[in-house]
Design a protein around this ligand. Structure first.
Ligand code: AMP
Length: 210
């Protein structure tokens, strides 16, 4: 089962992606996570993308696609995958579409208004050890500490208020054509993502079990 999650920043792609991965036993592949980890490890990829990540703008399509293609060719993806944060531009969607032997089964759009994105991004905190995402609907029990592994929670640099508006603008401009692309193909499903995580996940899971 090959799934793509699309949604504005703060729509819950990461959390929903992790839940799909757990239930359907397929890897959750977040391009944002891959890039952040490359940056942290100062790898060759990390050095190439630093200039874009620092400004919270998109990494060029070619480089992003190269990274995704390599990841999807790994053995754990043979039975399926859930892509989070890719494709984000029409070029990326077309590139994914052109991979031989690969077809997407479900594209799920997590719909939220911008005002909720802003609210959620300002409150989002992530565990530095296990990547669990905390936010308004699921605060950690101890301030700044992960419930699952005691890891320290951090706020992403690009979640700070200076970057939020431009990231949302970029999302709408570049991702709207991606949604039309998948709508025409007939496998776009839109889910109201303003509800609680369990309600949103229940809608998503129903779509995936069709
Ligand atoms: P995210 O965690 O999905 O919000 O992504 C964080 C950052 O990673 C973005 O602001 C981009 O700089 C980069 N990034 C993630 N996914 C993509 C993508 N599909 N295309 C280009 N850049 C990306």
């Amino acid at each position: 089962m090959n799934v793509v999650l699309i949604g504005a920043q703060g729509s819950g792609k990461g959390t929903i992606g992790q839940l799909i991965s757990k239930e359907f036993e397929i890897p959750h592949i977040s391009t944002g996570d891959i890039f952040r980890s490359a940056l942290k490890n100062q790898s060759v990829l990390g050095k190439k993308i630093k200039q874009y990540m620092d400004k919270a703008v998109l990494v060029p399509d070619e480089l992003t696609f190269e990274v995704v293609k390599e990841r999807l060719s790994m053995v754990d993806c043979f039975k399926g995958f859930v892509l989070d944060g890719f494709p984000r531009t029409l070029n990326q969607a077309k590139a994914l579409d052109s991979v031989n032997g690969l077809s997407i089964d479900f594209v799920i759009e997590l719909l939220i208004p911008d005002v909720i994105s802003v609210e959620r991004l300002s409150a989002r905190r992530i565990c530095s050890k296990c990547n669990v995402i905390y936010g308004l609907g699921n605060l950690s029990k101890k301030l700044g500490v992960c419930d699952s592994c005691d890891g320290k929670l951090f706020q992403r640099d690009d979640d700070k208020s200076t970057f939020i508006e431009s990231r949302l603008k970029e999302y709408h401009k570049l991702t709207t054509p991606v949604l039309s692309f998948y709508k025409k193909k007939g496998f776009l499903y839109s889910v109201d993502a303003t509800k609680s995580i369990s309600e949103v996940y229940s809608s998503v899971s129903k779509v995936l079990k069709r």
